[in-house]
Write a protein that binds this ligand. Sequence first.
Ligand code: ATP
Length: 324
Amino acid sequence: MKKNIKRIGVLTSGGDCSGMNAVIRSVVRSGIYSGFEVYGIYHGYQGLLGGKIKKMSCRSVGNIINRGGTILKTARSQQFETPEGRTHAMDTLREKMIDALIVIGGDGSLIGAHLLYKEHHIPVIGIPATIDNDLHGTDFSIGTDTAVNVALEAIDKIRDTAISMERIFVIEVMGRDIGYIALQVALAAGAEEVLVPEIDYDVESMVLDIKKGRKKGKISWVIVVAEGATSAAEIAKQIIDMTGFDTRITVLGYLQRGGSPTAMDRILAASFGKAAIDALANGDIDKMVAISADKIKLIDLDYACSQKNELNMSHYKLIKILAT
Ligand code: ATP
């Protein structure tokens, strides 16, 4: 049923990622263009439990398209995970006369949005924004492309020293449950090995390959490890114990979340923000905006959050083939 929506709230939630600001800009400007009032909710769901809520104007989102992070700030909120917390959040939305909510975040944030709709019937639309690219039904989430490119730039630099010093480098990237960043960056960087949480690894066979490579004159290796598979320190220790070869580690850590968004993330942000506003204008609710085969789509929020994305096995195999 199409509800009469005048005021739309927008928030960013969970881990920040590059491109969130570009989405906020698109939501605010597309929303105003379509005749809505748009309210920025600061500090994610925690902000709905007594935080700052501010009416946004086209000017309030000026000069943010190229900035990492989120001007609305983000947070994690345990209170919002309880039904009582969500009732409290809904009370704030009623008090501020906000008729619909756009949530920008990862799977946890979008599950929260779905529950808010289920329990309180407020129209919600989710925009996938997470470096892990783990939301089902969308080929890309905001922030993924930038995170991969930031990691790639770092690994390219590390490769320079790996070659010059004839060393093995084990580089740890983000990805607690999902090896997406590790896999993409390993393929793009021409890494020799990639370890991801989805696939069991065998250090002994990896060491055997390194020894064989050394005999053939290979002088340096780049091994990419997703943090959820194991730690770079652990792999480096095992390589040193088994080979004695000079092996160093780099943990890229939080730098993967920051930086200026890539063109791809900015363009996706522009499209997703507008699509979220159009969805609300058309009476669509409880949906996530998505891109699939280059087309913007709407998919059910609970479907997007309930499935796990599968690792691209052809990329995994290609890394091995091209590393020989
Ligand atoms: P990232 O991909 O960066 O981890 P995320 O959105 O998955 O982002 P979470 O920490 O999982 O990050 O979730 C952000 C917030 O969403 C939580 O702090 C909580 O307030 C809300 N949330 C997460 N899971 C649930 C849930 N099952 N029920 C209700 N709310 C939830």
